[in-house]
Design a protein around this ligand. Sequence first.
Ligand SMILES: [Zn+2]
Length: 262
Amino acid sequence: MDSQQKKCELGPWNVSTTQGPILKSSCPLQENSTHEGDKCAECCFAKLNYPLPEMVFGENCLRIAHQAGFALEFRALDALKLVDDKKEWMHVPVADQWQKERQGVTGVDKCSNPYDWTYSTPYRGSLVGDVTVSTTEERINLDKLREREKILFFDEILLFEDELGDNGGAQLEVKVRCMPSGFFVLQRFFLRVDGSIVRLHDTRLYHGAGTDYAIREYLVKEKKISELPGLEAHELRDPDFLSGKMKEVELVCERLQFPSAS
Ligand SMILES: [Zn+2]
């Protein structure tokens, strides 16, 4: 499968999504002496010091680029670079077993070190160019986003997914929506460790057309599954359903200031 791109022009912005195939487990070109490793997705991901998720969409990307040269991007490689490669975020006995099983399949020596096997990344997007970040009291006006308005562009892309050896799931996906009044991004990391916990890392980003900044909110929510009695299996796989039942554990609100020339 070749990668596919979708695009939307929104004033000075070019919003584009790229969807490509799942990353191969090893570089298909490494025997080729002329191959440039820094341009090869497999080689770039291979530099990460822990076993990758089962499905990584190395080419998938949301890019929101301003004509002045700066951009906001959401990419799997940058997200996985922020996964803790030195220690576990949580420990469950069952993880020992399936990590041993995985050892036989991929990256043998990489598995001997502890790492965050839940892939809980604090990633909230990549900034390209001269965009400055500061904390702010300003919040995204979600009521305004609920107003009926023409949707000029909508897309969603998956960045990575892992079934945690059949003991739950971890996935990172990004949705983008463009309207005449601005654009809105929701990146969601959803983790479920069966018998233990459900967790969301939501990043919401909104830019109002004609302004020179965006607001970015990063919200972490979680809940012990033992505190959610009586849920059906499909409900435990549904982040939208679970979101309202979880407890907030972290909120960071930031203002992304664009360069003045924009
Ligand atoms: Zn390569």
